[in-house]
Design a protein around this ligand. Structure first.
Ligand code: DON
Length: 314
């Protein structure tokens, strides 16, 4: 292994120790009751390189739900199912600067399509485009896709978390009905069915190793170096990584791009999937979140590592 890999492996315990205390300044998401139970002080990371070398640190085996990280993969699946033109007729390509669950711009900016596929409104629109004759079949297709990406057939979704979100999703429900009124969700679309698939894919359970494997495929333009095959069209991976860089950390995406300079996607369960293009896939978890909904210690850890290893793509 090269010098950088050895440096990362030897520095990891110290980086984790330095970043863990940041968790005290945040707290787990409370608006989905089941997520509020997560251990606040957990912090874990996995780095995976193309030759299969892996560095695990802290709570890397801790299982958590993907939440918004799943939106990168539902976008990829919707692109595979429908092509670019059809997807971008329903969702834009611009960051919002607003909260991830905001409905502000849906009404203010014509033609009332969500600004991008990684905010809640955009992800709900994308979910409606994924093929399947029933919510169960669509959920199953998304699960099969995640299993392929993560290289683990045992991945499933956490029904307790999905139901917990469904029971309290007043904001997402409002967004989805608004989208139907704006014809982003088609007339034949059953809003509750789309939402149930959306809650299920947000509740897919993974650990840091799964995210690192998914990230490694994105880092390599859709090629899985461990299985030695092209899993995704390169163009779609390019689109996904661009969204991760511009919108992946919500209204903290600009700051993260300046401080870390790599594509990343966060979720409100505290996970972050990060990509060092051409090199590594990274999975991070730390359930305590900052004001914008990103893992507070996880962001700090990635920013620290990126500076120390000079990963910024700029
Ligand atoms: O729809 C929601 O609110 C959640 N299922 C996912 C939101 C999320 O992960 C935003 N992330 N930072």
């Amino acid at each position: 292994m090269n010098d950088q890999w050895r440096f990362i492996a030897s520095s990891m315990p110290q980086w984790l120790e330095d970043c863990r205390p940041y968790a005290h300044n945040g707290s787990p998401a409370a608006y989905i009751p089941e997520l509020a139970k997560a251990p606040k002080e957990a912090l874990g990371i996995t780095l995976l390189a193309a030759d299969g070398s892996m560095i695990n640190g802290g709570d890397s085996s801790f299982m958590f739900t993907m939440q918004s990280i799943s939106k990168v993969f539902t976008l990829l699946l919707a692109l595979i199912d429908n092509g670019e033109e059809a997807v971008f007729a329903k969702v834009g390509m611009e960051p919002t600067g607003d909260d991830f669950n905001s409905m502000l711009k849906l009404e203010l900016v014509e033609p009332g399509i969500p600004f991008n596929p990684l905010i809640n409104a955009g992800a709900i629109a994308v979910t409606s485009l994924i093929r399947g004759s029933s919510p169960a079949e669509t959920t199953e297709r998304i699960l099969a896709f995640m299993r392929l990406m993560a290289g683990d057939d045992s991945i499933g979704y956490n029904e307790t978390v999905s139901s917990s979100e469904a029971a309290t999703a007043y904001r997402n429900r409002s967004l989805a009905y608004f989208l139907k009124d704006n014809n982003v969700l088609e007339a034949h679309t059953d809003v509750e069915q789309v939402l149930s698939v959306y809650f299920n894919h947000c509740a897919i359970e993974v650990n840091c190793r799964h995210l690192a494997r998914m990230g490694l495929i994105l880092a390599n333009g859709g090629f899985d170096p461990l299985a030695n095959r092209q899993l995704l069209p390169r163009r779609y991976v390019q689109i996904a990584k661009t969204f991760m860089l511009t919108c992946g950390m919500y209204n903290a995406s600009g700051e993260f791009a300046i401080k870390a300079g790599i594509p990343a996607k966060s979720g409100v369960a505290g996970g972050i999937l990060a990509v060092v293009p051409g090199q590594y896939g990274i999975g991070v978890v730390g359930p305590a979140l900052d004001q914008r909904g990103n893992s507070i210690a996880g962001v700090r850890l990635l920013e620290t590592m990126s500076v120390e290893c000079d990963w910024s793509i700029f």
